[in-house]
Design a protein around this ligand. Structure first.
Ligand code: 5RP
Length: 223
């Protein structure tokens, strides 16, 4: 295992301390979450899980963790990864393409824990903002997104074809190296017809667990 993967496992192991057997647990997606699923599976804790992606659901089953469908009940805890987190706990997510389901889980959670390596800590917030859009009228939606965000976007591809989310939609990756008003950006983009959701996760007050390259972890609550 390389150093970065070791760091992801260190953050994942630290997150285990927040999990107990009686919980209804939400699980996001990405490689750090995958490390968490492996660590959780090795505990044989038998916790009930709901996942944000088919990939995470497959990984759970492979690691002996049963997966349920999301119902109306609030989740006790959601564990997820992130692509960028600023000092105030505003977050960019979605490079794995599961942003809409991840946001549904985050907003259904009594507690939202993000596990990241230290490369994900940024100030100011910025980078790639994925936006999930329905295929119908995508060229028009792209045009409106770019005009509202004052930025260019790229249709995400996989294997030379448009990437398709678990919801059957496409992703436009909007390049925004500096985001001074994440809430305003999310509000502006979310109301464009054709947009299903953005990778800007605001005001969700995560508990952040960060691991360093040497495997040490730090954690704090974002008020
Ligand atoms: C997927 C996500 C992931 O949580 C995010 O991309 C981080 O992934 P990784 O742990 O592989 O760096 O938002 O939609």
């Amino acid at each position: 295992m390389d150093a970065r993967m070791e760091a992801k496992h260190a953050a994942a192991r630290a997150a285990l301390a927040h999990v107990s057997r009686d919980m209804l647990l939400g699980i996001g997606s990405g490689s750090t979450v995958r490390a968490f699923i492996e660590e959780l599976g090795s505990t044989k804790m038998g916790v009930r899980c709901i996942t944000a992606s088919r990939e995470s659901a497959d990984a759970c089953r492979k690691n002996g963790i049963p997966v349920e469908e999301l119902g109306a009940a609030m989740l006790d805890l959601v564990i997820d990864g992130a692509d960028a987190i600023d000092h105030s706990g505003q977050v960019l997510k979605g490079l794995g393409g599961a942003l809409v389901r991840e946001k549904i889980l985050a907003q259904s959670a009594k507690r939202w824990i993000l596990i990241v390596d230290e490369t994900k800590l940024v100030d100011p917030l910025g980078g790639t903002v994925p936006v999930e859009v329905i295929p119908y009228g995508m060229a028009r939606t792209k045009e409106r997104i770019e005009k509202c965000a004052h930025a260019v976007s790229t249709l995400r591809e996989e294997g030379g074809r448009p990437f398709v989310t678990d919801n059957g939609n496409c992703i436009l990756d909007v390049r925004l190296p500096r985001i001074d008003d994440p809430e305003g950006l999310d509000n502006t983009l979310a109301v464009i017809p054709g947009v299903v959701g953005t990778g800007v996760f605001i005001n969700l007050h995560p508990h952040v667990i960060v691991s360093t390259a040497t495997g040490e972890t730090r954690q704090w609550d974002c008020p």
